[in-house]
Design a protein around this ligand. Structure first.
Ligand code: BGC
Length: 239
């Protein structure tokens, strides 16, 4: 069965039809810029363009970079604040809408490195922000927000996200020290058996994982940048 997965991000919004049994894109994905300011109506317009591009009439799953409870947006750290309180499921014409890191994590647990992993597994996506998805024996605890833990008096994602690395011009070693400090904190709080690093940075893991020394195994995600799209589609299927 194919489902259209759409991944809304602070910078880009990407979509593609996904074979949800195989966990694979079945057509080349389309990426459009997320309009700025990223308010609900213009973003809904971009989503509609993606649906239109694929001439899609089947089920649609969508990710949003904030807390989403029963389709309603609760937080929007890296999007316009006008999103807070918006029923995104309704705005997107009845699509299933979930947090972006939760979607990426679900895809990774179903088709990637998390497959058949028992115990507490934490997926962290490092991009514009830091997203988290927490699993116990493969079951998701939705809407965890471990990117907003406080570190040195600051929001953790402002110190250790990919954006922080770029904006502050940190070299890999310097940034890795921040990441390691963050991961140690998370490790202390959750004692996971595995941490999976996803998001845009996961394909550059060879540049920073060698600097990370914590007790918990830390590995890069297998699905890389398509995890959000695949996860969005997977969630819509299991509706
Ligand atoms: C948001 C999370 C989101 C993450 C990655 C954070 O700022 O609060 O909900 O998953 O960014 O986009």
């Amino acid at each position: 069965m194919d489902v259209l997965g759409i991944d809304i991000g602070g910078t880009g919004t990407k979509g593609a039809p996904v074979d949800v049994k195989a966990g694979k894109l079945v057509q080349e994905r389309l990426r459009l810029l997320t309009p700025q300011p990223a308010k609900p109506a213009p973003v809904a317009d971009v989503v509609a363009q993606i649906v239109e591009h694929f001439k899609w009439s089947g089920p649609v799953g969508i990710t949003f970079p904030g807390v989403v409870v029963d389709g309603v947006v609760r937080t929007a750290a890296n999007m316009h604040q006008a999103w807070i309180g918006v029923d995104a499921a309704e705005l997107f014409g009845g699509a299933r809408v979930v947090n972006d890191a939760d979607a990426a994590g679900l895809a990774e647990m179903t088709f990637g490195e998390g497959r058949d992993r028992k115990g507490v597994v934490l997926m962290l996506t490092l991009g514009t922000g830091i997203g988290s998805a927490l699993f116990l024996d493969g079951a998701l605890v939705p809407n965890t927000e471990f990117g907003h833990l406080e570190l040195r008096g600051k929001d953790a994602e402002q110190r250790a996200s990919e954006r922080a690395r770029e904006e502050k011009g940190l070299n890999w070693e310097k940034w890795s020290q921040r990441l390691e400090e963050y991961l140690k904190h998370v490790e202390m709080l959750l004692s996971p058996s595995l941490i999976i690093i996803g998001g845009g940075i996961s394909k550059k893991s060879a540049k920073f994982l060698p600097y990370i020394h914590i007790d918990t195994p830390v590995i890069p995600a297998a699905l890389l940048n398509d995890a959000g799209i695949i996860g969005a589609a997977t969630v819509a299927r299991t509706r």
